[in-house]
Structure formats: structure tokens, C-alpha cells
Design a protein around this ligand. Sequence first.
Ligand SMILES: [Zn+2]
Length: 249
Amino acid sequence: MLALFFFLFGSAMGSFLNVVIYRLPIGKSLIKPPSHCPLCGKNIRWFDNIPIISYIILKGECRDCDAPIPIRYFVVESITALIYLYSYIRFGISLELLTFLTFITLLIPIFFIDLTEMSIPDTLSISGIIIGLILGVFRGIIRISLIGAVVGAIYVLIVIYAGKAIYKKNVMGFGDIKLSAMIGAFVGWANFLLTILISSLLGSIYGIIQIKRGKSSMKSIIPYGPFLAIGGFITFLFGKWIILKFFLA
Ligand SMILES: [Zn+2]
């Protein structure tokens, strides 16, 4: 029963996160007006606004004007629902569950906004740092959490200045400083170091694939935030296991 609840709760949250992803970067209110089709302006009927299912029933098109609904809506609702379900199975009703759900609910919109807008809203990252630290107090790991946030910020600052000195360009954005600090606050400093490793690895693989496909060159700028977000997600769940298995064995 509770597992089903968390799946449905996650899908509803995913539906809300879609609104955040669409409206936050353009400075629109998250509450008003109600969801409507950007092409024909008609309000979305309540029965067409059911997470995951409506997208399938409507075959990804507006009921009124057949404008395509971005696949992102379906993807965000589905992955949020699945992650919420997995979190409940993994952590049970606990403080770690609350912490991880908060973390992921911030990471998902950051991932998609940075991917398309190449920027990370402070509303998400700065409140994430504060919430991460407060939860750190209750989790009894405030020192690890605080050092994590500081290490996160310093790491990106160093990369930015080194990048400027060597490549004469911004290799990372200033939004990444706040995102790194937020991830550090949630996962702690040791896991944050692992996050750097994972996200650089993923970023490099992605970069090489893009160059091979002729879609970008060594000079192209790709947002680093999405890779940091994936790295933070992986380390929160598996960091301890990875460190014990591969680094302290
Ligand atoms: Zn429409």
C-alpha cells in the first residue's frame, strides 16, 4: 500500500516539477495561471492532467490543437515516480527517506533546466544548500555536511579559475558553485569527492560521444550541472558502497 502511495506521490510531484522546469526559468508564477497549451491557450482539463497516463492516452498531443507535448513531461513524471518508489523501498519511513526525496526533488528540475537553459536557478540551489545543512543537523552529520558544502564550492571555484588561466574561457558556470555546495551538503565531503569523479567521467564520455557524432568540438560548451546532478544522485545511494569496495579495499 505505502509503496503504491509513494509511486503516485512521486508521479504527482513529477507533474509539479514539470511546471517548475517550464516556468521557473522564464520567471512565471508556479501556481497561477492553471496549466494550458502554449499553442492554442486552452486550459488542460483535469482528466488530461493525470501524471504519466494522460500523456499516453493523448499520444503526446494537445486534445484541442494537436500541438506536440514534449516527451519531457512523460519522462519527468515517470522517473520521479520510480525514484520515489525506490527510495521508499530502500530507506523505509525514515529521516534518510525525507532527506533523499528532498534532494532528488531539487536535483530533477536542476538537471532539466541546466540541460536546456544552461543555467541553474538560485531559488533551487541556494534553498538546497540551506535545507541540506539543516537536515545535516538532524541526521547528526552536520560537520561532514558543512565541509561537503564548502569543498563543493571551493572545487568549482578552482576549476573556474584554472579553466580561465589555461583555456581562457569559463569551463564551468557560477551556478555550478551553488549546485556543488548543495550536493556537498547532502552527501557529505567524502561522497562529494566521489561525485566529482563520477560526474567528470560521465561528462568526458558524453563529450567524446558528441565529438565523434560531429555534434560538437573540443571548444563547445556543455552544461556540467546535469552531470553533477547524476553524480550526486549516484553517490547518495551507492557512495558508501563504492568507496568501501573500490577505494578502501
Ligand atoms: Zn493546444
